[in-house]
Design a protein around this ligand. Structure first.
Ligand SMILES: *Cc1c(COP(=O)(O)O)cnc(C)c1O
Length: 217
């Protein structure tokens, strides 16, 4: 199977209300172009420098999604063009994104990353912390950022029951947030190894890397 066939297969199989993000980190511009020529326009990267290099070289109708951990001092490099930042985990970071979006004269869409996995290594915040941010007076003043939903990564394990439990938990947090806050309509969960479970649990945005582009070195 090649990249364009993989893209077509995902498009055919996924429900219309599920957005596919092709996670292209470490892959070449030619690999991305192959997906682009198959009609794909949403790409995800985890490093700002790499994403910016690719943005400069590729067609400008691509939507760029930041799915990696974000350092505040690098927000300025992606602020002119980024479409959605999936990994926001602090008010400080939101303030920085707001500042850089303001400089560029637009608004940047974000997701809050909720920690659902058991491993300590995963980034993200608790649902309580996320509410604290959204309820704060400081956040309400940030008119150049829009929090449009939540993102989470399940534990890396073969134990499907564990993964399902974590995704179900995130879905219930999402449903709760949807009721309490406006603009909440994106639930980004599911990668190559666990997207089927994520879909069953109500995901509407998948971040797929190796199932589209092949294994990374
Ligand atoms: C790399 C990455 C993905 C895609 O991983 P695959 O297992 O290759 O599908 C999804 N989400 C995040 C946050 C990633 O860093």
């Amino acid at each position: 199977m090649n990249i364009s066939e993989n893209i077509k297969k995902f498009k055919d199989d996924l429900p219309d209300d599920v957005t596919l993000i092709a996670v292209s980190k470490t892959k070449t511009v030619d690999d991305l172009l192959e997906a682009y020529e198959a009609g794909h326009r949403q790409f995800g990267e985890n490093k700002i420098q790499e994403m910016t290099d690719k943005w400069e070289k590729l067609p400008k109708d691509i939507e760029w999604h930041m799915v990696g951990h974000v350092q505040r001092n690098k927000v300025k490099y992606m602020a002119p063009y980024v479409s959605l930042i999936h990994t926001v985990d602090s008010l400080k970071l939101l303030k920085e994104i707001h500042k850089e979006a303001d400089k560029n004269g637009h608004c940047i869409d974000c997701l809050l990353q909720i920690k659902i996995a058991e491993e300590d290594s995963k980034y993200g915040i608790s649902a309580e912390k996320a509410k604290e941010i959204l309820d704060s007076e400081e956040f309400k003043k940030l008119d150049h950022v829009k929090v449009k939903g939540l993102m989470g990564m399940a534990t890396f394990t073969d134990d499907e029951a564990q993964v399902k439990k974590e995704f179900e938990h995130l879905k219930s947090v999402f449903d709760d947030f949807k009721e309490q806050y406006s603009n909440m309509n994106i639930l980004s969960m599911g990668m190559s190894g666990d997207y089927k479970i994520a879909l069953d649990c109500g995901s509407n945005m998948l971040r797929i890397g190796s199932d589209i582009f092949g294994e990374r070195d």
